[in-house]
Write a protein that binds this ligand. Sequence first.
Ligand SMILES: Nc1ncnc2c1ncn2[C@@H]1O[C@H](COP(=O)(O)OP(=O)(O)OP(=O)(O)O)[C@@H](O)[C@H]1O
Ligand SMILES: [Mg+2]
Length: 324
Amino acid sequence: MPLLKIGSLTVDYRTSRGTIRAVEDVSFSLEKGETLGLVGESGSGKSTLGLSVIRLVPYPGVIVKGHVKIDGKDIVRLPEHELRFIRGRKVAYIFQDPMTSLNPIKKISAHFAELIRTHEPNVKEAKALERAKTVLKDLGIRPERINDYPHQFSGGMRQRIMIGLATALNPDLVIADEPTTALDVIVQAKILDLLESLRNAYGMALILISHDLSIILERCDRVIILYAGHMFEHASSTELHRNPRHPYTQGLLQSIPNIELADQKLAAIPGSPPNMLNLPRGCRFWPRCSYVMKICRTKEPPLIDIGHNHFVRCFKYSRGRAKS
Ligand SMILES: Nc1ncnc2c1ncn2[C@@H]1O[C@H](COP(=O)(O)OP(=O)(O)OP(=O)(O)O)[C@@H](O)[C@H]1O
Ligand SMILES: [Mg+2]
């Protein structure tokens, strides 16, 4: 049984201006210890998909269809009290903005003590703090800083603390939502190395969310490319790098600088993502696609299985087997 199995997941935001289908018919699974990257432009539904895994899609978001099974249990249908065990202990979430989960008026010690004692009520406070200090040491932060407040740390250190809190209970899955976007490149790489070393040490699975395909290809076993809530391409990182099939993925790859090629031209994808309240008819990418065909303007392409565990949502490949 896979650790995580998502099937036909569809999530809507019911706003006063209309319904935004932020995630539509997404299916994939994740094995223990595996790493998966979710890539897409701003607004493509990455956070909504990630938050669905712990059923924390914010209001007015609603999971309208599909299942999210963790160890076979569908969390979409689980009572709230059972979700507490899933959140934190089974699946930990590193939020896009670290300050949303660090309380500015609480010391770091209180954050760790509360987390550990909520899930393990028999652990005494002193013991919890000892454990927290060991975690800080692993993160490269001096243990005595446990008495400091979140604002006394730099952005990179706050992100380390978030990772420490996420991994303190040794969860089976960590979801890291753009954990490094606000940081400079060197700190970014250090944070991702830290995540990788913790993952190797504890065997956790990881879902890494980023708008940067090069980071994902470097760090993850598999990749899902999201576009306006739809899965556009899904393959292993090696396969996707070597053999990108969707015109959108090809565009993303062409805009990654290659340090071995001097004087290269970086092709950006023309246009911008669609208005989610008014999606184009047919394929939602066609207005930006240089391979657009007649059918693309009227029909939505299915996700097509092109072999080697590679799936692509594009009519160019529709002679393959459709997987809906
Ligand atoms: N609370 C909300 N209320 C209404 N619409 C929302 C809400 N949160 C997200 N959306 C909409 O849902 C869609 C997906 O948003 P989401 O935040 O999941 O994208 P994302 O890929 O994480 O973007 P980013 O890279 O900017 O973080 C967008 O069109 C967004 O405007
Ligand atoms: Mg996001």
